[in-house]
Ligand binder design. Structure first.
Ligand code: UDP
Length: 280
């Protein structure tokens, strides 16, 4: 299937045509990636990231093909990619990797000639994309989380953004034998943006397994625990806690049993990788 990733990034000094893969590498420029913790991270603001997704989704309507694959990394992902080559390949296959962790932004400010402008958390990005989706007429599909959480997340977005034409969803606890039916439902809905929230690395595997088949989708964004936050099943850290890079500690305090061991083992490795594998 032909690649279909040429798009205009509007509102910039240079309105040259930019290929998303170039966002990760070959063409230098404001959005070229920087190496953070060993991964190529796109240097974009939240607003630029949202513009990019909307423009890619609109471009995809004109030229259907393989959807744009946008994912995000944080300290846990950086550690996991270091430990597991297969997981690393899932991330390197993405067209865009955003920095969903304030410590990554701090590391880039110390170690990179061209630091990341800001954190691009999916929990913020979703609102920037939704705010643009009414005027753009974009349709959204939310895949993932427990059924009641998924339903509440869909309801929340419909209520918050009534001008967005259509928002639908499906829970993320289907059996492998049911995946075909889930893909059929997504294809019938023809979303411009598909938010896949199954956790790392399930969601990245889902994208790689099904990207070619989901040709009617414009953009796929992996979303981790996004729907748990949208549905208010979990609460986000206060802004000042996020800003000092301690959102992980807030999550740990909320779910010590589930996250304690994970953070104990991955945080020191992530810190070392951030300090030793960042820089242009
Ligand atoms: N999830 C899912 N299907 C699965 C496993 C997880 O839909 O088979 C959802 C889960 O309900 C949650 C999201 O994926 O909404 C993120 O999962 P988790 O909290 O384990 O990941 P984390 O954000 O902690 O990395």
């Amino acid at each position: 299937m032909p690649e279909r990733h040429t798009l205009e990034l509007t509102g910039r000094a240079s309105s040259a045509t930019v290929r998303p893969r170039a966002l990760r590498g070959r063409t230098a420029g404001r959005h070229a990636p920087v190496r953070i913790g060993g991964l190529p991270i796109t240097a974009a603001t939240l607003a630029e990231a949202a513009d990019h997704m909307v423009e890619a989704a609109l471009a995809a309507r004109r030229r259907p093909g393989r959807p744009l694959y946008v994912t995000s990394a944080n300290g846990q992902v950086i550690a996991l990619c270091h430990q597991d080559r297969a997981v690393r390949d899932l991330f390197l296959a993405a067209d865009v990797i955003h920095a969903d962790g304030q410590p990554m932004v701090f590391a880039s400010k110390i170690l990179c000639a061209r630091p990341l402008p800001e954190r691009v958390a999916t929990t913020d990005l979703v609102h920037d994309v939704m705010r643009r989706s009414g005027a753009a007429g974009l349709r959204h599909f939310l895949l993932g989380a427990r059924p009641e959480v998924n339903e509440r997340a869909v309801e929340h977005l419909r209520h918050a953004y009534p001008d967005v034409p259509e928002i639908a969803g499906h829970h993320g606890y289907f059996r492998p034998a049911e995946e075909d039916a889930v893909l059929d439902a997504i294809e019938r809905f023809r979303p411009d943006v598909l938010w896949v929230a199954l956790g790392v690395p399930l969601e990245q595997r889902f994208v790689m397994r099904n990207r070619e088949r989901l040709a009617s989708v414009g953009v796929i964004k992996t979303s981790g625990g996004l729907f748990d936050f949208l549905s208010h099943a979990k609460s986000r850290a206060p802004r000042f806690v996020q800003d000092v890079g301690l959102e992980w500690a807030w999550r740990l305090a909320q779910e010590p049993r589930r996250l304690g061991w994970r953070y104990l083992t991955t945080n020191p490795l992530a810190a070392w990788l951030l300090l030793s594998r960042s820089g242009d």
